[in-house]
Ligand binder design. Structure first.
Ligand code: FAD
Ligand code: NAP
Length: 312
């Protein structure tokens, strides 16, 4: 039986792994279905994590240095998706995608979130062939060409700015005329010459052929349509909360969640189920910042150690 099973290997899960193993737990496994690092590895930059201030480094570079440190004290990474967490008597049973069952005294769930689709016609058809949710990954394919970005939050504006350094022009399309992004980010985008902001507009359809996307049909609030000739559209319209592992066979949550499906926790990252902890973007009221997710992971890790000591 594991001392602690950590689900998710983003900033929260990795930090929880660092704290549990460095705090003396011997048997800690982090189940991360991909490579560790989490969402921030898709970012072109990070400038608000104290102690790290280098505009030449991407989110991937930033997380690289976490790996060595977080695995140094004995944390193990198992590259598998967890399907379900169930409490059985005083411990937990995890069901992995492979069908394997794993028992653990405690669980920290840090599964974060994943990009939402906007829902326009052709979005799925051209996904990976012109439609993208990752500028760091795909921006280079559009070097010196025109692209579009959809969304009005921090991600859309930051990535539009990133793309403006690679692409000849970036059309930033937003359905309202007010942005959710932070004021400084908005100002930076507004000042960037090769970003054209198109507000009060949505994408009606993505059109292309076997070679991929060739144009977007836009529609404004007056139902006037226009065509944008671009081969790339980057969609940044928010994230889905990855709370599926916390659902029972009957499709109910095994612990308390809020109206958005984010998990309710106390200041020790304890959920309503004893021995089950949640950290990072998955929890209610998370600020959705790397530094906050890391803080949550540390708190959850320390809480697990106290919980196991009390059990014993
Ligand atoms: P995540 O980073 O989402 O990690 C969750 C991990 O869990 C993922 O690796 C996923 O593969 C894994 N997982 C999910 N489900 C399962 C499962 N069932 N089984 C196994 N593994 C699973 N924050 C900042 O502070 N500064 C920034 O500049 C910044 N820029 C950003 C730019 C972009 C493009 C994006 C998308 C986000 C940005 N953020 C930024 C937000 C920041 O990345 C997140 O707040 C942070 O990564 C959350 O960490 P987390 O560990 O909670 O979750
Ligand atoms: P977000 O803040 O939820 O913004 C999503 C944007 O997409 C909104 O502008 C929304 O429009 C628009 N949108 C939603 N659905 C749409 C649809 N179907 N069609 C067209 N547009 C649609 O998401 P985010 O930008 O990914 O940010 C997520 C969180 O991470 C936020 O809390 C953010 O602050 C944080 N983050 C922080 C940083 C940083 O600190 N540097 C960087 C990136 C992200 P409306 O505005 O009209 O709703």
């Amino acid at each position: 039986m594991l001392d602690c099973a950590i689900i998710g290997g983003g900033p929260a899960g990795l930090t929880a792994g660092l704290y549990t193993t460095r705090g003396g737990l011997k048997n800690v496994v982090m189940f991360e279905m991909g490579l560790p690092g989490g969402q921030i590895t898709q970012s072109s930059e990070i400038e608000n994590y104290p102690g790290f201030f280098d505009h030449t480094k991407t989110g991937m570079d930033f997380m690289d240095s976490w790996m060595e440190q977080c695995f140094h004290f004995g944390l193990t990474h198992k590259m598998e998706k967890v399907l379900k967490v169930k409490k059985v008597d005083e411990h937990f049973e995890l069901t992995l995608e492979s069908g394997e069952k794993v028992e653990s005294k405690t669980v920290i769930v840090a599964t974060g979130s994943t990009p939402k689709r906007a829902g326009f016609k052709g979005e799925d058809e051209f996904f990976g062939r012109g439609v993208s949710t990752c500028a760091t990954c795909d921006g280079f394919f559009y070097k010196n060409r025109e692209v579009a970005v959809l969304g009005g939050g921090d991600t859309a504006l930051e990535e539009a700015y990133y793309l403006s350094k690679i692409c000849s022009k970036v059309y930033l399309i937003h359905r309202r005329d007010e942005f959710r992004a932070s004021p400084l980010t908005i100002q930076r985008v507004q000042k960037t010459q090769n970003i054209e902001i198109i507000t009060n507009t949505h994408i009606k359809e993505a059109i292309g052929d076997s070679m991929g996307l060739s144009r977007l049909v836009l529609e404004n609030l007056n139902a006037e349509q226009s065509v944008l000739e671009v081969n790339g559209i980057f969609v940044f319209v928010g994230r889905n909360i990855n709370n599926g592992v916390l659902k029972s066979d009957e499709d109910n949550f095994i612990c308390e969640v809020n109206q958005y499906g984010e998990v309710s926790v106390d200041l020790k990252m304890r959920t309503s189920v004893e021995g089950l902890f949640v950290a990072g973007d998955l929890r209610a009221d998370a600020q959705k910042q790397v530094v906050c997710a890391a803080g949550d992971g540390a708190v959850a890790g320390l809480s697990v150690i106290s919980y196991i000591q009390e059990m014993e």
